[in-house]
Design a protein around this ligand. Structure first.
Ligand code: ADP
Ligand code: MG
Length: 454
């Protein structure tokens, strides 16, 4: 019988076969399964064996260090995560070293990084070798994070060198943080410009934007991520950058029209894109006929300028529909009326399209008692493989709208997929979590392709 080693609730370990010389693990005998927080996970076959490749950020809070790993795949396993969700994970087997001890463990790969730790060591992997002292930390080696970082190469892409402006409002928003970070990792100079604080002289010969008393010029590219309320001004600032020679990832005219649901749907319908039966009218006299046109209740009434599910209402009876429509009209709100796709059961599909490719897709499902699948309305997301028809539909819709980056929402009806809307500033948090893909990097890559021809 071997002596047990005493470990604290946090320890530095090495996973030599994965080329991870130092990774801080949370040791938790309350968890059964061990986990590594990985992304870009995909399996492949080599010499008739199943393998899995993945990337990991081995150092906590440092996304600049990326280690690419490959390992033999042992199998798949359903694991209940700390948030209580069931998730199917890849399982690999690899030797672990802690202090002077080494042994082989099974470890699952997940992209749900909720704890900050890059690795979790559960009781199965302890194999009677470990005694956990939950009050202690780092019995085996004290390494400072910076010291551990120096064991890895920081990813510095050969490309690099562009000046890229992120034109948005809140630098702390997940999507904005990710875009800044992805650009920096790829070697670009990233400048955050708050839409509200930007001002410009449109007649100057040297077209630039002023921001916090400084001139922001010689910009290679601009990524507008505009709140609906700032569409008008934000588009003007984006155009200013553009007239100074910057490439605009999503042109201002495309953003503007994507914000008008009626215009967007008209443009899509013109090109034969399927959508739920949709009607529009402004005078109250036509309300009944409008309801009839889309097949009667239940139906959906939408405010033309709404987002995130606000302003989307389900009317279950013709009477209710009439009241809702007339109420909106009396407020002079512009609305459209749409057949309710009941069979979708509160789910819709978000396709993230970059440069004519669906780079990730997820199914969003509405919370209990809700028909709107928006994440902001409590919807939950999971990765999904879309059909060839849905993929084609998403790509065509993005193209018609003239958007390089977009989130195309599709609903599955009994008569096939239908487009609900095309978003010009699709959020990254839901899609990156659901798919484990580095979507922010793909956005930067689209800029590189355009500006540097790579
Ligand atoms: P928003 O811009 O506010 O997100 P959407 O048109 O995308 O507005 O609608 C929000 C959500 O409501 C959709 O994601 C979908 O789940 C649901 N929904 C919208 N239109 C319909 C419809 N015609 N039938 C069934 N559900 C719908
Ligand atoms: Mg939507």
């Amino acid at each position: 019988m071997q002596d047990k080693i005493v470990v604290g609730r946090e320890e530095w370990c090495a996973l030599a076969e994965l080329k991870l010389p130092a990774i801080k693990a949370r040791i938790d005998s309350g968890a059964r399964t061990s986990a590594l927080h990985a992304f870009n996970i995909h399996s492949f076959v080599k010499n008739d064996e199943d393998w899995v490749a993945f990337d990991i950020h081995p150092i906590q809070n440092n996304r600049r260090i990326i280690q690419h790993c490959k390992a033999r795949l042992v199998g798949q396993r359903m694991v209940k995560s700390s948030s209580g969700q069931n998730e199917k994970r890849h399982v690999i087997k690899t030797p672990i070293t802690m202090g002077t001890e080494s042994w082989e463990i099974e470890i699952t790969l997940t992209n749900r990084d909720t704890m900050g730790y890059r690795m979790l060591l559960g009781r199965e992997a302890m194999k009677g070798r470990i005694l956990v002292d939950p009050d202690g930390v780092m019995y085996h080696s004290h390494i400072a994070d910076e010291q551990a970082s120096s064991l890895y190469k920081t990813t510095r892409p050969a490309k690099g060198g562009l000046r890229i402006v992120l034109l948005a409002s809140n630098p702390d928003l997940y999507s904005n943080r990710r875009i800044m970070e992805a650009g920096e990792i790829r070697g670009h100079e990233m400048i955050f410009v708050n839409v509200r604080e930007a001002y410009m002289n449109i007649s100057a010969r040297r077209r630039a934007v002023h921001y916090r008393e400084e001139l922001v010029d010689e910009v290679d590219a601009v990524i507008p991520r505009l709140r609906p309320a700032l569409t008008y001004y934000g588009c003007a600032v984006a155009r200013q950058f553009q007239s100074g020679g910057a490439f605009c990832l999503n042109e201002s005219y495309a953003i503007k029209r994507s914000r008008d649901k009626l215009l967007s749907l008209q443009m899509l319908a013109d090109k034969g894109i399927e959508m739920p039966l949709t009607g529009f009218a402004s005078s109250p006299e036509n309300t009944r006929d409008l309801i009839k046109q889309v097949g009667g209740a239940p139906l959906v009434v939408k405010l033309l300028e709404g987002t995130q599910g606000v302003g989307v209402v389900l009317a279950e009876t013709n009477k209710a529909a009439e009241s809702v429509i007339n109420a909106f009209k009396s407020l002079k709100a512009n609305i459209l009326v749409q057949e309710f796709i009941k069979e979708a059961q509160g789910s819709d599909i978000r396709c993230f399209v970059i440069d004519g490719k669906v780079v990730g897709s997820m199914m969003r499902t509405a919370a209990e008692g809700e028909f709107r699948a928006n994440i902001h309305r409590g919807g939950t997301a999971s990765a999904i493989k879309v059909t060839a028809e849905e993929r084609k539909m998403a790509i065509a819709s993005a193209k018609i709208m003239g958007l390089k980056v977009s989130g195309v929402d599709i609903i599955r009806s009994s008569s096939g997929p239908k487009v609900l809307e095309v978003n010009s500033s699709p959020g990254l948090e839901g899609i990156e979590a659901a798919t484990g893909k580095d979507i922010a990097s793909l956005m930067i890559a689209a800029i590189e392709k355009q500006v540097m021809g790579k």
